[in-house]
Design a protein around this ligand. Structure first.
Ligand code: SF4
Length: 837
């Protein structure tokens, strides 16, 4: 009581001074103001500013604000990583002296101490698991909530691996950057408070709302060549543009690594992409990955590292490389990577990390593939089979600009074929909105090329024919392109600048002007275009291209507009053709602008920090352990649904308005399978037959009814079930509502692991055609579960309502450790019981 009084008095006394401090020390353009005097949790001044200014005042102790502990990767960490790389590669070469790809070097360099190098050498790519020690963990504000809640259950005082949280997914695009960020800070206050307080307590760097999108901020501050990072977001591989193996994982994987455990992954296959020639004219790095997506399709990169090499690779800017590795997620790749080169060096220097560039320069042989590989492949492509499971070759001199979509990133065609495709498929030619930016394409180079097209339009006196939205990837980029004029050029043709956040890329986009069910075409430079992804509307068709191409389409107003041959009309009525964008600087000649007030360092006195979770919260819920397996077979369980066709994690656990409940498992579970197409009911989406009352109801409602009646249940999946984002909620919500098993024709890698981690049995049909045998009112038994052995076969009995019974074989990919997760009820139950020093 006395303590509270003192605090309150102190805070009230400081209230006026806080604001003065905030105004003096904050960037006047910044959308977030900060209180430097207060060093605690929920405070009176905080509430005061919320009420009076509808904005959260972030609390930072003066110590924290001065030290900015952890705001970049330290040189001693990088030196230690290179020492271990060197040591492990030497050990490996004593067993096998074959030349190594870069991906192999980084994997070998991060093998857990317990690894037997003889066994590792015997591993076949795509078969067998390895244990790795990642150097960093990155969390975003949605998946990060559950990750931290899970980490808290491990009973550890501080994270044992450097970790950061990035507040980017919860800012909804409505009007523009300032007001949208303020609104998000107000609406998500309790989530931000939780993340910030937990970060300060557990030693995690906290990037505030408005600071930028996770992958852009990581590239600017934390990624380094030769490192290994995991992140709770599927586009974590973005850091591969800076020579890092960066992999999207589920939150529990991240929590385990934060708690000091090694990370287990299937030893990946290797796909090589050999680049020759040079990008020119309208082609950009985006077109390289769109072309690769068209070749490999959405599952072609599954369980593989995609490694880009060759002279063409060295001609692509560092941020262009990041665009390419970012979108490796669209083809299901474990990650993608480029070798260390001059472009990376210049990016490191430009982002204030010359010290890291110096160390990297001294260790180049560790950060590039062994030279024999490129030499042999350049002489004879057949040599690629010695080093890669598959090789794709692209001559950049001949590459055309590409557009992909709608609804899937592998539906690609060169721009020259777009008009024909529109006619053939009856796509809507009129563009409703054009959008550039996101974590994928908001680099200085991207924005400069986009601005070059804008400049040409301004000179001809025209503006875009569609609304144009720009999402800068980070505050650093935004301030720099504000200073250097690119944003103004875009504004001058009609652009609206959104917050440095995900916004329309993840369904956080308010579009009241579009009627429910109204089909419409949008063009974006984003990475993902599943139905409902951008605005929660399945009818919106998203076509993806490079930022410069999107600007050209916005000026043309039509999807069929081909800037390489079609003309625009100037304000004086004359016709003109756009020139290809000029070669743009990869980094600003005056350096990037320094940013302030966007980061909170871990507390220097963590014991004094309390993690803020309101007991009555509708956004956050402490996690309860799932029950362990009771040792019995699954007997006569109902089928919740048989999913037809593509079923991404967005279909299983949609984003958009549901993002706000990601920290509250019970509330979030109401979105279970809302986007899934029911194979039993002629395309019905999100609903099915409740076998108990014979009504058609939402899947979450049926699941809750089954659970109430003590029934577990099963999901039947189609091909590549669970592709798309890494969202573990797509495994947690079914588990929470009583799912015992998912049986699919095939799984996407991350989702299959997530199911295993949450204690759901992930099984695959031996014969894909057995999928057809499952009927809506079947009861399924999965038997002999006591005999589960690694990578074994399991039997399912299908009890049809007509009294007949069929038996089908299923396989699984569990190893010993993963079987323990299943038996314990979840991997978290194992983590909780693990003794650590
Ligand atoms: S892909 Fe979109 S939603 Fe995901 S981090 Fe990037 S901008 Fe955000």
């Amino acid at each position: 009581m006395l303590k509270n009084k003192i605090e309150n008095r102190c805070l009230l006394r400081h209230r006026r001074r806080n604001y003065i401090n905030a105004r003096k020390t904050s960037n006047p353009n910044s959308r977030v103001q900060f209180c430097y005097s207060y060093d605690g949790n929920q405070c009176i001044s905080d509430k005061y500013w919320q009420v009076h200014f509808k904005v959260r005042v972030f609390c930072m102790s003066s110590q924290n604000s001065l030290k900015l502990k952890g705001k970049t990767t330290k040189t001693d960490l990088v030196s230690k990583v290179y020492e271990k790389l060197q040591k492990n590669i030497l050990k490996f070469k004593q067993v096998s002296n074959k030349p190594l790809t870069l991906g192999e070097k980084i994997l070998i360099g991060h093998l857990d101490e317990s690894t037997d190098f003889m066994t590792f050498n015997g591993l076949t790519p795509g078969n067998g698991y390895i244990l790795l020690n990642p150097d960093r963990v990155a969390l975003q504000d949605v998946t990060g909530q559950t990750t931290i809640l899970q980490f808290m259950q491990a009973g550890i005082k501080q994270v044992l691996v450097p970790t950061t949280v990035h507040c980017d997914h919860l800012i909804q695009a409505r009007v523009g950057s300032d007001s949208d960020t303020k609104a998000a800070i107000y609406e998500n206050n309790e989530v931000y408070q939780f993340l910030e307080s937990a970060s300060r307590k557990y030693g995690i760097g906290f990037w505030k709302p408005g600071a930028g999108i996770i992958h852009q901020v990581v590239l600017e501050n934390y990624a380094f060549p030769g490192g290994l990072m995991i992140g709770t977001d599927s586009h974590t591989p973005n850091a591969g543009g800076l020579g890092m193996l960066a992999i999207g994982v589920g939150g529990l994987d991240a929590a385990e690594v934060m708690a000091g455990l090694p990370w287990e992954v299937l030893y990946p296959k290797r796909i090589g992409v050999y680049l020759t020639g040079k990008l020119n004219g309208w082609t950009s790095p985006k077109d390289i990955i769109l072309f690769v997506a068209s070749k490999l399709t959405v599952s072609g990169g599954t369980n593989a590292i995609i490694e880009y090499f060759g002279p063409g690779a060295r001609s692509v800017s560092c941020t262009g490389k990041a665009t390419i590795t970012n979108m490796g997620a669209e083809i299901g790749a474990t990650c993608s990577v480029f070798s260390y080169d001059d472009k990376m060096e210049s990016y490191l220097i430009s982002t204030g990390r010359k010290d890291l560039a110096d160390i990297a320069n001294k260790n180049k042989e560790l950060l590039t593939p062994d030279p024999e590989i490129e030499k042999e492949i350049s002489q004879n492509r057949d040599n690629a089979t010695k080093y890669f499971d598959q090789l794709i070759e692209i001559n950049l001199d001949e590459l055309e600009p590409y557009i992909v979509g709608p609804h899937t990133p592998d539906l690609a065609r060169p721009i020259s074929k777009m008009a024909e495709d529109i006619q053939k498929n009856n796509y809507l030619d009129t563009i409703s909105v054009s959008l550039i930016g996101s974590c994928t394409n908001s680099s200085y180079e991207d924005m400069s090329r986009a601005a070059d097209i804008a400049k040409q339009a301004i000179e001809k006196g025209i503006k875009t024919k569609t609304p144009l939205q720009v999402t800068p990837g980070s505050e650093m980029i935004r301030e720099t392109i504000e200073r250097d004029g690119q944003i103004q050029l875009l504004r001058d043709i009609g652009a609206n600048v959104l917050a440095n956040a995900c916004g329309p890329c993840i369904g956080q986009w308010s579009r009241p002007e579009i009627k429910k069910g109204e089909p419409n075409t949008i063009v974006t430079s984003y990475n993902r275009n599943f139905p409902g992804r951008n605005d929660g509307r399945r009818e919106t068709m998203n076509f993806i291209g490079s930022p410069e191409l999107v600007i050209a389409l916005a000026l043309g107003g039509r999807l069929s507009f081909n800037p390489l041959k079609d003309e625009l009309e100037a304000s004086d009525g004359t016709k003109f053709k756009l020139d290809p964008p000029k070669i743009a600087p990869e980094v600003p000649k005056d350096g990037f602008k320094d940013t302030v007030d966007i980061y909170v360092a871990p507390a220097t006195d963590p014991e004094s920090v309390a993690v803020v979770i309101d007991k009555n919260s509708q956004r956050l819920q402490a996690l309860e352990p799932f029950l362990e397996w009771d040792g019995n077979d699954f007997i006569k369980l109902p089928v919740l649904t048989k999913v037809k066709g593509k079923c991404t994690t967005d279909h299983i656990s949609p984003a958009g308005p549901w993002l706000m409940y990601r920290g509250h498992l019970d509330r979030l579970s109401d979105n279970l399978l809302l986007g899934a197409v029911n194979a039993f009911r002629d395309g019905e989406v999100g609903k099915g037959l409740n076998l108990l009352n014979k009504n058609i109801e939402t899947f979450s409602h049926i699941a809750r009814e089954y659970r109430k009646n003590g029934l577990k249940w099963i999901i039947i999946g189609d091909k590549n079930y669970g592709e798309g984002s890494s969202r573990e909620h797509a495994a947690m919500t079914p588990r929470y509502l009583g799912c015992a098993a998912v049986i699919a024709k095939s799984f996407a890698r991350i989702h299959e692991t997530n199911l295993k981690k949450q204690g759901i049995l992930a099984l695959t049909f031996v014969e894909s055609s057995d999928y057809e045998k499952i009927r809506e009112d079947d009861r399924i038994s999965i038997i002999d579960l006591q005999d589960l052995r690694p990578k074994g076969v399991v039997t399912a009995n299908l009890y049809h309502s007509d009294g007949t019974v069929e038996q089908i074989p299923l396989i699984h990919s569990y190893n010993d450790a993963q079987l323990k997760w299943f038996r314990a009820g979840s991997a978290l139950n194992i983590l909780r019981s693990t003794e650590r020093v």
